[in-house]
Design a protein around this ligand. Structure first.
Ligand code: ZN
Ligand code: ZN
Length: 258
């Protein structure tokens, strides 16, 4: 499975178009899996993918984690829809479908597939599991994607695992090949942990890593990837910190094969 990170940052860029993104600034978080599966459609996602030379006509399935505007932007989403050769399957939580704000005409262009926490299904050559995220009471979902014997956990946004999520990722007994972990609040200053309970932070991130590794969820070969990296710490310092935990700091345009 090929992972292309189309954005690795947080809400700070949610209003900026691709051409307004400064060199030091991360785009809002979005991920392309192989050629055809997209996770989240923030404002810059379509234009950045186009800039990178992605064939946007190949997208068949879009998964939304939640509707915070650094993850779902209607204009960008419709760009993906209009570029696709076929009708896109839009997978999102049942309780957030109303918030997509798509007109009837726009809805006709997609195959809306509402899902619930703990749903499991097969699509686009993958086995997918939707897990409840610990995030802001907005019914956010995390996902597990399995394809060709490889297993990816997508954990943006969220803080420490919800009980059902942990039960699945630990109880399933199989190690992951890669896990993308929320790394939003990397500040030395706890006073800046305004959203302490819904995003991982400087103090919690090492505990998450140790727990994943200590419990066997992450094995020796599991790539632990830091994503949704906030601007609370100088980015160079944040990257050093992430590396010191044995994690891979994601960056916009990063390609990883698992
Ligand atoms: Zn976010
Ligand atoms: Zn969010």
């Amino acid at each position: 499975m090929k992972l292309l990170f189309l954005g690795t940052g947080t809400a700070g860029s949610k209003r900026k178009y691709e051409h307004e993104i400064e060199a030091h600034r991360r785009r809002c978080s979005s991920l392309l899996l192989d050629e055809n599966v997209l996770v989240d459609t923030p404002k810059q996602s379509f234009d950045y993918a186009t800039k990178l030379g992605v064939d946007t006509s190949l997208i068949t399935d879009v998964f939304l984690s939640h509707l915070h505007s650094d993850h779902y932007n209607k204009e960008a989403f419709l760009n993906w829809v209009n570029a696709a050769k076929g009708k896109i399957n839009l997978w999102c939580g049942k309780r957030i479908a109303q918030g997509l704000e798509l007109s009837e005409e726009e809805l006709e262009k997609v195959n809306l597939c509402p899902i619930e926490e703990m749903d499991e299904f097969d699509v686009a050559g993958m086995h997918v599991v939707a897990l409840p995220a610990n995030h802001a009471g907005v019914h956010a979902l995390h996902y597990v994607f399995e394809k060709d014997g490889k297993r990816l956990y997508y954990g943006l946004d969220g803080a420490w695992f919800t009980p059902l999520e942990w039960r699945y990722i630990h109880g399933s007994g199989l190690a992951f090949d890669a896990m993308i972990i929320d790394s939003t609040n990397l500040s030395h200053d706890p006073i800046k942990y305004g959203n302490y309970g819904e995003h991982n932070n400087y103090l919690l991130l090492p505990v998450v890593v140790q727990t994943l590794q200590g419990s066997g969820v992450a094995g020796e070969n599991t790539k632990l990837i830091a994503g949704h990296i906030g601007p609370h710490m100088n980015d160079v310092e944040a990257i050093e910190y992430i590396k010191s935990l044995g994690m891979i700091p994601a960056y916009d345009g990063l390609v990883l094969e698992i």
